[in-house]
Design a protein around this ligand. Sequence first.
Ligand SMILES: Cc1ncc(COP(=O)(O)O)c(C=O)c1O
Length: 312
Amino acid sequence: MVSVRDVEEAGRRIAGRVRHTPVATVEAAAFGTPVPVTLKLELFQHTGSFKVRGAFNRMLAAAARAEVPRVVAASGGNHGLAVAYAARALGMPAEVFVPETIAPVKVTKLRTFGAAVTVTGRYYADAYEASARRAAETGALVVHAYDHPEVVAGQGTVGQELADQAPDLDTVLVAVGGGGLLAGIVTALDGRARVVAVEPDRVPTLHRALAAGGPVEVEVGGLTADSLGARRIGELAYRVAAGARVRSLLVTEDAVVAARQRLWDELHVAAEHGGAAALAALTSGAYRPAAGERVGVVVCGSNTDPADLIRR
Ligand SMILES: Cc1ncc(COP(=O)(O)O)c(C=O)c1O
């Protein structure tokens, strides 16, 4: 499992390599929410998502233990960008396997970081199998996208930072794919605020797992599949979420689209669909805060083509 200490250690290990991202508290009227909302603008992170935190932590921790000749990762896009970015910074060759459903903006950006990119299969799970075969052939370090304690601890630094920036939050809404971000934030906050998981109804990995009593495979599809499209929740994330009695709320695709548009209209913040999913819980009413509840939302990704946001 992962502890608060692991998150603190990760924070020290990756300090100076990742950005301390800002928070903005937005009045209730702006988003039409019952209460003001504190946004953790993690989409301003290097490569456009929190994923560099886990990638750096995993790669630096492994390099401190032994020589790391090369790294390999599978990703819907953002994790691959993060691994490629971290590998370039640390001077490690990287190979990244991505599925055909990857957003074109992500492949273009990925190639600029100098990683070897292989596009294979339809979904993340297909890319993962290809990456595992490659790692077995080459002996490369596998940097898992979510189900590894060092990755989870790295993602937890988002929660650690948020707790310092907004110590009075009652609730934090977090989007879930494989659950690394959620597990990290739950661990980092350690009961200081309630964490609520948010998933698109097209990819309910945690929701189904909590109902079934363990991780199960779900069908993957829809607009958020390239960021939240893990076919099953990570074992670690499941254990952390079940242990902390985290609730998983489902939001529709329309709600995600509307929340993403709202972020643009009010703040000129261009989030990708997965990055707007947590806010969608609040703006759609899937999450109903109590009067006076202090709510935080992690806006976790920006790798999107913003053309459809601009109203002409
Ligand atoms: C923008 C964005 N948000 C959320 C997630 C979900 O993260 P996790 O797989 O750790 O649940 C991802 C995963 O790629 C992502 O790219």
